[in-house]
Design a protein around this ligand. Structure first.
Ligand code: MG
Length: 477
């Protein structure tokens, strides 16, 4: 009896200590996370990535105080699959969010990101985070696919691209831009809605003020949730065409309306970082800035620039999938330039590691935890390979500095046409980031190795129902 009382006492003490330990872990400040995602912004469209006529003082400062990643990729070179990759940490070919027939979701699409997928927001919400999605979603418009069904407490934004739903009889944007570089559309030409959670709050969305309102919503959410961990996914519709900027920003840049739109995004970044500093949250908040895919080249000066990188949106050349990326976390992330490999799919495992969250164990994840690199514990990224999928095919693989193209194709609308290479093209993209010099004939061993890497990767892909091809039947006339 005495022994059992003693054991009980020991257990009690142990239990109290355990509780104390758990409480300490919970009390340890979980970092806040903010992702600022631009749409169709190219590698060469920010001051800190070399643009000569777009001023981005806030992003430049964010880069100077944080890490500028020069080899950071997305999971696909167009909106919907790229966003699915970021949200799930998985290649869109695994989630049904990639198609050869429909490159993205449209307003009449009936598919979306399946509820069986686990998003960053699902994981962080389970850890007590307040979660908000602001801006472009593009992962499905049925209520079961909207952000509020994917782990976000709240959503405010345009659920798809801002050029969808053009009013019948509206001028053709591409044609207008070809005739007049300064062409400015009226927002009434596009009947896109703003949703608040699942309800239409405004239609057509006043796109002139959209960028500023998105940034303000993010600031509001930070203020309202300053006392608890939060995750904000702020996905701007700009600088995707049609371009819009508020009155204050029209004519603000030397780079026309495109530059005005980017400079307004930059101002919003400034407001968000200033709010975090003002509330003394900066030392506990990781902010990431990047873009969903490269510039939309057929729109000429209304599209962006991939800088020194080849091609743009829609392609598996570097200009389509390598994005200008900045990580900022004062006091935790040492300032500098990071040339190691990373992708948007690495964000989910990285956030998991930093918040003490278990990543999903029951599925293949395509991301890696980058936190040891970000926090300066190692110089080496856990990622050494990037897979470049387009539609439903693996077009290219990069491993270390070597990139093999098995299939090449230019931006849709302007070409060049698709070529399946019997002998893959090979580029050393650290020496030749512009992919100018095919050196396959000098390195047959590397070509063979990369072909084997591709085959092993393709063998891990299992067929899943395609979400992008589910569309409402056309109404009978
Ligand atoms: Mg895009």
């Amino acid at each position: 009896m005495k022994k059992s009382i003693h054991s009980l006492f020991v257990l009690l003490i142990f239990g109290v200590l355990q509780l104390g330990f758990v409480a300490r872990v919970h009390a340890a400040d979980k970092p806040n996370f903010v992702i600022i995602f631009a749409d169709d912004l190219g590698y060469g469209d920010l001051g800190c990535f070399g643009n000569p006529t777009i001023r981005t003082p806030n992003l430049d400062r964010m880069a100077a105080e944080g890490q500028r990643w020069t080899s950071f990729y997305v999971g696909a070179s167009v909106c919907t699959p790229s966003r699915a990759a970021l949200m799930t940490g998985r290649l869109p070919i695994r989630t049904g969010m990639m198609s050869a027939r429909n490159r993205v979701l449209f307003p009449d699409s009936e598919g979306g990101l399946p509820s069986s997928e686990i998003t960053i927001a699902d994981l962080l919400k389970g850890q007590g985070y307040a979660t908000a999605a602001v801006g472009k979603w593009h992962l499905g418009y049925q209520p079961r696919y909207l952000p509020t069904a994917h782990g976000f407490d709240t959503y405010w934004g345009v659920p798809y691209s801002n050029d969808m739903d053009p009013e019948p009889g509206s001028p053709n944007y591409a044609k207008m831009v070809a005739q007049d570089a300064n062409y400015a559309a009226k927002f009434e030409q596009f009947n896109v809605p703003i949703l608040h959670d699942t309800d239409v709050a405004e239609r057509p969305a006043n796109q002139n003020t959209l960028t500023g309102r998105y940034s303000d919503k993010a600031v509001e959410f930070i203020r309202a949730h300053r006392d608890q961990p939060f995750f904000i996914y702020l996905a701007h519709n700009m600088p995707h065409i049609p371009l819009f900027a508020s009155e204050d920003y029209r004519g603000h840049s030397r780079r026309g309306l495109f530059g005005d739109a980017v400079e307004e995004i930059d101002a919003g970044v400034g407001k968000i970082l200033a709010t975090l500093k003002e509330l003394n949250l900066d030392k506990n908040t990781l902010v990431i800035f990047t873009s969903d895919n490269g510039p939309w080249l057929p729109f000429k000066t209304h599209g962006g620039s991939a800088g020194l990188l080849r091609q743009g949106k829609g392609t598996t050349f570097e200009g389509g999938m390598r994005e200008p990326t900045i990580f900022w976390w004062p006091g935790r992330i040492a300032p500098g330039v990071q040339m190691e490999l990373g992708t948007t799919m690495d964000i989910l495992p990285t956030f998991c590691a930093l918040s003490g969250t278990q990543p999903p164990q029951d599925r293949i994840l395509d991301g890696y935890d980058l936190s040891p690199v970000l926090l300066g514990k190692t110089d080496k990224s856990p990622r050494d390979t990037v897979y470049y999928w387009r539609e439903e095919k693996l077009f290219a693989v990069r491993q270390g500095p070597w990139k093999a193209h098995f299939i090449t194709q230019g931006c849709y609308g302007i070409g060049p046409k698709r070529v399946v290479h019997e002998v893959p093209e090979l580029y050393q993209v650290e020496n030749d980031p512009s992919e100018k010099y095919n050196v396959a004939e000098f390195h047959p061993d590397i070509v063979t190795r990369l072909k084997a890497v591709a085959e092993r990767h393709i063998a891990t892909i299992k067929p899943v129902p395609n979400q992008l091809d589910l569309r409402k039947p056309a109404a009978k006339k």
